[in-house]
Design a protein around this ligand. Structure first.
Ligand SMILES: [Zn+2]
Length: 126
């Protein structure tokens, strides 16, 4: 019989890997922000109309919920996986746009491989 549930140590390991993986997109999204243009210093402002029109909106929102000041240890594993899924889609889109080679060894491509392994766990659960 195959047990689909994580044992608690598997889950702790998965959480540690996700928390580690979130560092890279955090750096990338922060460097994507145009702080010369942003009226809020890169902090998403939910009563600002200008934020709703900004092309960095979704990444800014993600950063607000997942930056270094948020205690991610209090999130459920599902919430952490959702944060990783968003980051994965963004990084993957950038890699596609920049036409990286198949076996590219850059940080983005290496990151994506590990993120996909984590997210495969998520998809297997459902
Ligand atoms: Zn690459």
């Amino acid at each position: 019989m195959i047990d689909q549930q994580y044992t608690s140590s598997d889950e702790a390991m998965l959480r540690a890997v996700i928390l580690d993986l979130l560092h890279y997109p955090r750096k990338v999204f922060q460097s994507d922000q145009d702080l010369d243009q942003c009226l809020h210093g890169g902090f998403y402002n939910d009563d600002g109309q200008d934020c709703e029109l900004c092309e960095q909106l979704s990444k800014c929102r993600w950063l607000l919920g997942n930056d270094d000041f948020v205690d991610l240890n209090r999130r459920t594993t599902e919430q952490l996986l959702d944060a990783l899924l968003f980051a994965r889609d963004q990084i993957s889109a950038t890699i596609l746009m920049d036409n990286h080679r198949n076996n590219c060894k850059c940080q983005a491509c290496s990151w994506l491989i590990i993120a996909d392994v984590c997210l495969r766990n998520k998809q297997a659960e459902h």
